[in-house]
Design a binder for this molecule. Structure first.
Ligand code: IPM
Ligand code: MN
Length: 330
């Protein structure tokens, strides 16, 4: 019996890159029982389905979810993002968004790797807020940031555990404590209190704006970064940019206690402008597959895939050619 995986190819280049990911996982000798789900913008346009409760219920029996990309220009912003992606994160309690990077932007730091741990269920993403007097010239829109001690602390503890397991044992908290004096204060206090449990981990604090400069000019200062949902969203696109582009950036949405299936997806979107052209680099999806295998404790296969992706010879050609080249090396 293989691992039970729910696969959502989704929209645009999503199905193209996921096909390559599944090809590589099979080539690495891992047996998956694949359950395909037709979800995303195209499905919504067809019959208004976004993410039915019955599907969420079915997913509880799965070992993991593997997603390509969702979103189409014809659907208004927020419908699929909130209704599908964020609903998955919230309902499955995928409170860790783990995004690893290998620097490729500069010879001096080439190959340096660091990982961003982004809180994935709270902050401005929680959806607190609303309109008053909408449509009038005095209209008001508020968008609150939700930070619970429980949510912040469990994310920070996960980041400390990760840092403690790595060679360098260094963790940076990124926030904006000089302006966000309520949420920043909570994050800082939680960070300091959890730090006592990890005496071997060296800690640092950076404001998020400064972190953007350091990530570009001196990424070697980072080993593990922990940050809130929105800062993490922005910082990990920058991380992608300094790591050879968003075509290589992979991510894991984790439920570390394994009370529901974790979800693995490339950081990039559905890129409708290049769909069907073969220009999509499947490496981010393939590396997300490797993160999934790691989480499923198939560490040997995961490592082989990571090595093959890092080999520059696999990184030329069209979508299927890159997939084939990686599959041939694992
Ligand atoms: C990401 C994406 C999502 C996010 C969007 C599509 C909702 O940008 O995974 O980084 O903002 O989290
Ligand atoms: Mn993003």
């Amino acid at each position: 019996m293989g691992h039970k995986i729910g696969v959502i190819g989704g929209d645009g280049i999503g199905p193209e890159v996921i096909r390559e990911g599944l090809k590589v996982i099979a080539a690495a000798g891992i047996d998956l029982d694949v359950f395909e789900y037709d979800l995303g913008g195209a499905r919504y346009l067809k019959d208004q389905t976004i993410l039915p409760d019955s599907v969420l219920e079915e997913w509880k029996d799965l070992d993991a979810l593997y997603l390509g990309a969702v979103g189409t220009p014809e659907v208004p912003p927020g419908v699929i993002e909130r209704g599908l992606l964020l609903k998955m994160r919230f309902e499955l309690d995928l409170y860790i968004n783990l995004r690893p990077f290998v620097v490729a932007s500069h010879d001096d730091f080439f190959g340096h790797d660091f990982t961003v741990i982004r809180e994935n269920t709270e902050g401005t993403y929680a959806g607190e807020g609303g309109f008053l007097r909408k449509g009038t010239k005095h209209e008001i829109a508020t968008q609150g940031s939700v930070n619970t001690r429980h949510g912040v602390e469990r994310c920070i503890r996960f980041a400390f555990e990760l840092a403690d397991s790595r060679e360098r044992k260094h963790l940076t908290l990124v926030h904006k404590t000089n302006v966000l004096t309520f949420s920043g204060d909570l994050w800082e206090r939680a960070f300091k209190s959890v730090a006592h449990e990890f005496p071997n981990v060296e800690t640092e604090y950076n404001h998020v704006d400064a972190a953007c400069i350091y990530m570009v000019q001196d990424p070697q200062r980072y080993d593990v970064i922990v940050t809130d949902n929105l800062f993490g969203d922005i910082l990990t696109d920058l991380g992608g940019a300094v790591s050879g582009g968003i075509g290589l950036a992979c991510s894991a949405n984790l439920n570390p206690e394994r009370t529901s299936p974790s979800m693995f997806e490339p950081v990039h979107g559905s890129a409708p402008d290049i769909v069907g052209t073969g220009q999509a680099n499947p490496t981010a999806a393939i590396l997300s597959g490797a993160l999934m295998l790691n989480f499923l404790k198939e560490t040997e296969a995961a490592q082989k895939i990571e090595l093959a992706c890092a080999n520059p010879e696999t990184q030329t050609g069209k979508t299927t050619e890159i997939g084939d080249a990686i599959a041939n090396l694992v």
